[in-house]
Write a protein that binds this ligand. Sequence first.
Ligand SMILES: Cc1cc2nc3c(=O)[nH]c(=O)nc-3n(C[C@H](O)[C@H](O)[C@H](O)COP(=O)(O)O)c2cc1C
Length: 195
Amino acid sequence: MANTTMANMNTNSNSKEESKKMDEREAIPLLTPYKMGNFNLSHRIVLAPLSRSRSYNFIPQPHAALYYSQRTTKGGFLIGEASGVSDTAQGYPNTPGIWTREQLEAWKPIVSAVHEKGGIFFCQLRHAGRVSNYEYQPDGKAPISSTDKRLRKDIANNKATADKYPPPRRVRADEIPKLVNDFVIAAKNAMESGF
Ligand SMILES: Cc1cc2nc3c(=O)[nH]c(=O)nc-3n(C[C@H](O)[C@H](O)[C@H](O)COP(=O)(O)O)c2cc1C
């Protein structure tokens, strides 16, 4: 009887040993946990920021809650599509912003949907600079940039383009604090949205 018990114990510890070895052998690095600053990610697959051009009037739409929650896993890391920090920051059609009350309220249910599934969600803040056009700018003015030289290559395919992007207006040094502050306000808005 004692021998049988001993034999069972040996079998159990052997099989535990075996399954530990199997786990070690089969651990897929991408699926192992990672500590990213204060965040404990349960795996290393990240949703890259992807502008979707579905945020009409620069306002995130309710369907984005479904889109992002479908891509959420518990402990998974997602970076949201770039969000404009001010009314001069936009350069792509129907991309979201995060500089108005309406925009930040619209982000709330989207961020909640990700958090409900245990995801870690960052807001990407963007100013498009000279990668913009009159149609995205307040009063149809020139986009603003650090330079007054127009971009001569298409951002999408790096091919030369004659006039896709107009010559920007080079900002004055005294305008820079306001631009920095736009990022500060946008970051605060993102936090208020739940990011
Ligand atoms: C449709 C589309 C939208 C994108 N939107 C953004 C964006 O909003 N912000 C950003 O940083 N990158 C954006 N990217 C770049 C992707 O995040 C990038 O392609 C991804 O990280 C993969 O990197 P790779 O293209 O260098 O392989 C976009 C790419 C595509 C194809």
